[in-house]
Design a protein around this ligand. Structure first.
Ligand code: SF4
Length: 475
């Protein structure tokens, strides 16, 4: 590893220093609040699973400082909004939710309010929070999360607001405390940041360059969660297929083989795979690893090569479809999901038609569809766009209708087959039912006969479907 790569790991001395400061915060809180009272923290994460995973670390750090978690900002002594910058609408929602805390803080003057995550990493947002939201105490960017104890300590001892959005390339902090949202599923980041600079995307600017965790640290974490009863791990990264490329670690397919060899009854998912880097080796690894779910989320974004080039996606419809064909050949049962952006600047009718034709050809089980959202600072934000919002809305509705038909057909094809699902909780469609995701990522519901347990695998024979849910009998 080069010196720069080693620099990316936060040194143990720094992490130990933060642990000591967390203890000091705990003592301080004991002097602020009455004896016997445990202060509460409310942490809300917006956006992607990477953010949810960061949120679990923020909860872990706050817990190490003496806070217990609450599920309402009304009861909280500390509110932290872990924000997302991918879409404008989500940003506006954050400003609205932060603004609503003003009145709560009036009633609870000791309350601390923090904003972190991708939005706050942007200088313009940090400035707006500073000038227009004087009741926000703490703003931290994506590269300094491990310093949360020091930041809180400074706020508590100085009374001054603390803003820290330092760092650009990003770091890796191992061994931070984690308070996971559940025990049967675990998010495990394997890498952070992105080098791809898709022209519409803000992520590389707010999360820094690609950096991979050491495989030994990932394997250790997976062993820990599996020993604690976890049945499903999801490996996370903005582009998991780039894992290990910058630091000479093993490749992503090699990591899958290693994790697959670990003892335990658990399954492996991963997201997100950039199509340009989804290789035959990856597909071969998926096919041979019995713990890896036969589901591939492969975001295509558009079915038009002209738009893909403007998006700087670095693949074509033809190379994308070749990968889909290869994966189907190796795993006939595989399911595909994808992301589509409708209304990228100057998307013409023929571009949109090409997208419709691609989704029909692939036959996705599920699509995550978005209308293009302009992100200041990205190249796409400067592109000329003559397409009206109305036209974009029409295309969006057409896309949903076409996909709905495809998805219903896919669900009805599951009828009569048996799928292994991880029981997650109560069903929403049937009375007295339980639900869980099948290996292929489809939600299934089945009658609760009292024999199935939440957090355990259940084999379900599919009998029918309703909306996007398959209904069946637990065997
Ligand atoms: S691969 Fe593209 S869309 Fe995904 S995070 Fe990186 S820049 Fe954004």
């Amino acid at each position: 590893m080069s010196e720069k790569q080693i620099d990316r790991f936060v040194p143990d001395e720094e992490l130990n220093k933060q642990k000591e400061i967390a203890n000091k915060v705990r003592e301080l809180l004991g002097t602020i609040y009455p004896q016997g009272y445990t202060p509460c923290a409310f942490v809300h994460s917006y956006g992607c699973q990477q953010n949810v995973s960061d949120g679990e670390k923020i909860k872990g750090i706050l817990h190490s400082m003496g806070y217990q978690m609450t599920d309402s900002p009304e009861n909280a002594d500390f509110v932290m909004y872990n924000t997302c910058a991918v879409r404008e609408h989500a940003e506006q929602r954050v400003f609205g939710n932060v603004g609503a805390l003003k009145n709560i803080k009036r009633r609870r003057p000791n309350m601390l309010i923090g904003v972190c995550g991708c939005m706050s990493q942007q200088e313009s947002v940090a400035k707006r929070l500073k000038s227009s939201f004087p009741f926000v105490d703490i703003v931290l960017g994506t590269h300094v999360m491990h310093k949360l104890p020091e930041i809180v300590y400074t706020k508590l001892t100085s009374g001054k607001r603390v803003f820290d959005i330092s760092g650009e390339d990003g770091v890796i902090a191992e061994g931070l405390p984690i308070l996971r949202d559940g025990t049967s599923k675990a998010w495990i980041p394997i890498m952070y940041g992105c080098n791809n600079f898709c022209s519409y995307c803000i992520v590389p600017y707010v999360r820094g360059r690609e950096r991979s965790r050491k495989s030994c640290d990932i394997i250790r974490e997976v062993k820990e969660v599996v020993a604690a009863g976890c049945k499903e791990i999801t490996l996370l990264g903005q582009n998991v297929n780039s894992y290990g490329k910058e630091n000479g670690e093993i490749s992503f397919p090699e990591l899958l083989y290693k994790l697959n060899e670990l003892d335990g009854d658990f399954r492996i998912r991963f997201m997100t795979s950039h199509p340009k880097d989804a290789t035959h080796e990856l597909i071969d690894a998926m096919a041979s690893c019995d713990k890896v779910c036969k589901h591939l989320h492969l975001p295509v974004q558009s079915g038009s090569n002209r738009i893909l080039e403007k998006m700087n996606r670095k693949y074509t419809v033809e190379t994308y479809l070749e990968k889909i064909r290869y994966a189907r050949e190796k795993m006939p049962e595989i399911s595909f999901t994808s992301d589509i952006i409708v209304g990228f600047p100057n998307e013409q009718d023929e571009d949109f038609e090409a997208t419709l034709s691609l989704i029909k050809e692939v036959g996705y089980d599920l699509l995550y569809t978005f209308i293009y959202s302009k992100r200041p600072g990205t190249p796409a934000a400067e592109m000329i766009d003559e397409i009206t919002d109305e036209r974009k809305g029409e295309r969006f509705r057409t896309l949903l209708a076409v996909q709905e038909e495809i998805a219903y057909k896919k669900l009805s094809d599951m009828k009569g087959k048996i799928f292994k699902a991880l029981c997650e909780g109560e069903g929403r469609v049937l009375e007295n039912s339980l639900c869980g995701r099948a290996d292929n990522n489809v939600m299934v519901e089945f009658e609760n006969t009292g024999k199935q347990k939440i957090g355990e695998f259940v084999n379900v024979k599919i009998t029918s479907s309703k909306g996007y849910v398959c209904l069946g009998e637990a065997l």
